[in-house]
Design a binder for this molecule. Structure first.
Ligand code: 5GP
Length: 194
């Protein structure tokens, strides 16, 4: 299963995914490539593979990415190989692209399950972005403005989770994972009976 967790930057996608993967160690996670500078504490190859625009463009030209996107002045891309190999092995996989990336993944893999992670209010998002102490005010404003547009994409998603409390957001996402795994169509497809 391809689970796509999208929604505004600052809604807590990384934290929710980290926590879910502790509970579901079999869930594969695709590490994206970005030209954004690492934030304090971020490790190359863990949160992202960090690179420069030149290398990113070369990788893109060589067909390395499933999808790429420019977001708030930086490039982000999902490596194609990792996703395709995980799906070939019938592994469950989670990605966390912004909304346009989620749309691109859905076009390529119509069976993908799209989950929109948001926060209770715009002021919550503003304070989360500020608390992160990772981006300057200009970058925070850009992210808030993108977030307003992203909310409009909600009808394209299968599920919406409001991250007011981490544990309940993780519980909701895990419930989605469980329900999707139990879908009859998926079970028949997997066993080869369908
Ligand atoms: P951040 O700079 O806050 O880590 O990420 C900015 C936005 O880009 C977030 O919404 C994040 O989920 C998204 N993002 C991260 N990796 C990818 C990717 O590979 N593709 C796309 N389209 N978006 C990504």
């Amino acid at each position: 299963m391809l689970l796509v967790l999208s929604g505004p930057s600052g809604a807590g996608k990384d934290t929710v995914i980290d926590r879910l993967r502790e509970l579901e160690p079999g869930l594969a996670y695709s590490v994206s490539v970005t030209t954004r500078a690492p934030r304090p504490g971020e490790i190359d190859g863990v949160q992202y593979r960090f690179t420069n625009r030149d290398e990113f463009s070369k990788l893109a030209a060589g067909g390395f990415f499933l999808e790429t996107r420019e977001y708030a002045g930086n490039l982000y891309g999902t490596p194609r190989g990792f996703v395709e190999e995980a799906l070939c092995r019938c592994e469950d996989l989670i990605l966390k692209p912004e909304v346009n990336g989620a749309r691109a993944v859905k076009r390529l893999f119509p069976q993908a399950v799209l989950v929109f992670l948001t926060v209770p209010s715009e002021s919550d998002l503003a304070s989360r972005l500020a608390q992160r102490q990772a981006d300057d005010q200009k970058d925070i404003d850009a992210r808030l403005s993108i977030a307003r547009q992203e909310e409009e994409a909600l009808p394209e998603f299968d599920y919406r989770i409001v991250n007011g409390d981490l544990e309940s957001a993780v519980r909701d996402l895990r419930a989605i994972l469980t329900a999707e795994r139990l879908k009859v169509g998926r079970l028949l497809g997997r066993s080869g009976l369908g």
